[in-house]
Design a binder for this molecule. Structure first.
Ligand code: CAA
Length: 253
């Protein structure tokens, strides 16, 4: 299935329980736009119940160089309405950003496990898209960069929470407020990826992970992801109660 949104291409393929979404605009380093986010959100809304793994990749040398920088020009991105139309109110802009965020939020759905397969640059919206996935497998040439502050903006595409959850507040502040690039060694140290492998081993590493995930019972996997997702916000009492509820549902149905 090809999803072409306003000239920005997403590819979606299904192989049984595995859906692979490819940002397929390598000549622009998979730069993103509202059209692409709408396409991603649509994929999230329409994925069949049978899908239990989503693999998210970028075609070519980079996962994604982030927001299409033509957004910031008076001409904007050809074929797309302006990402931030002039004269909008606060409420209208927040509503618009909420729609953009839908392209990222669906990757947390407990129905499936999402895996970002990241090579080369993952900048700004690209880094946030990778952070939206449950797991990340990266290549040795990975370059993560939260560039928004350097452009006078904040990261607003759902990446701030997973970034803080993964690296902690001080390092998240460091990365966001310096907009510096994190290379493979530091990414490994920060656990920004579950695994970092040689570039030519990236697809095989992702396939191995998919194979391991598929060995687990689908109901157990979905219930466990839902349970773990609650843990950071729950007290111990709340979380142990959630464990009891989830287990009795698993056992008694
Ligand atoms: N938007 C549009 N086009 C982009 C792009 C982007 N974000 N990133 C790369 N491209 C295009 C380049 O213009 C170039 O096109 P041409 O061949 O027509 O000249 C092509 O992709 C290849 O790029 P480079 O020749 O620059 O490739 P490189 O490997 O030398 O460098 C790069 C890659 C470091 C990603 C560099 O292209 C770059 O810095 N890109 C801009 C990154 C950026 O600032 N992104 C925005 C981040 S902020 C954000 O995403 C969120 C937000 O809310 C603001």
């Amino acid at each position: 299935m090809d999803l072409t949104a306003a000239g920005l291409v997403l590819e979606l393929t299904h192989d049984g329980a595995v859906a692979t979404v490819t940002l397929n605009r390598p000549e622009r380093r998979n730069a993103q736009s509202p059209g692409m986010w709408a396409g991603l959100a649509e994929i999230g809304r329409t994925l069949p119940e049978s899908v239990r793994i989503v693999v998210l990749k970028g075609a070519g040398v980079s996962f994604s160089a982030g927001l299409d920088v033509r957004t910031f020009t008076p001409e904007g991105i050809p074929g797309e309405p302006p990402a931030m139309p002039p004269g909008v109110s606060h409420a209208e802009l927040e509503e618009l950003i909420a729609r953009y965020q839908e392209g990222f939020l669906w990757l947390r759905d407990p129905r499936f496990t999402s895996i970002a397969v990241v090579q080369g640059h993952a900048i700004g919206a690209g880094f946030q898209l990778a952070l939206s996935c449950d797991l990340r497998i990266a290549a040795e040439d990975v370059k993560f960069c939260m560039k928004e502050s350097a452009l006078g903006l904040v990261p607003d595409l759902t990446g701030t929470k997973p970034l803080v959850d993964v690296v902690g507040l001080p390092r998240a502040l460091d990365l966001c407020l310096t907009a510096r690039t994190v290379l493979a060694d530091e990414a490994r140290e920060l656990r920004l990826a579950e695994k970092i492998v040689k570039n030519d081993e990236l697809d095989a590493a992702a396939a191995d992970l998919v194979e391991s995930l598929l060995k687990i019972d689908v109901g157990a996997a979905r219930a466990t992801k839902a349970l773990l997702q609650q843990a950071p916000a729950n007290s111990l009492a709340e979380q142990t109660a959630a464990e009891r509820r989830a287990q009795s549902k698993r056992i008694l149905g």
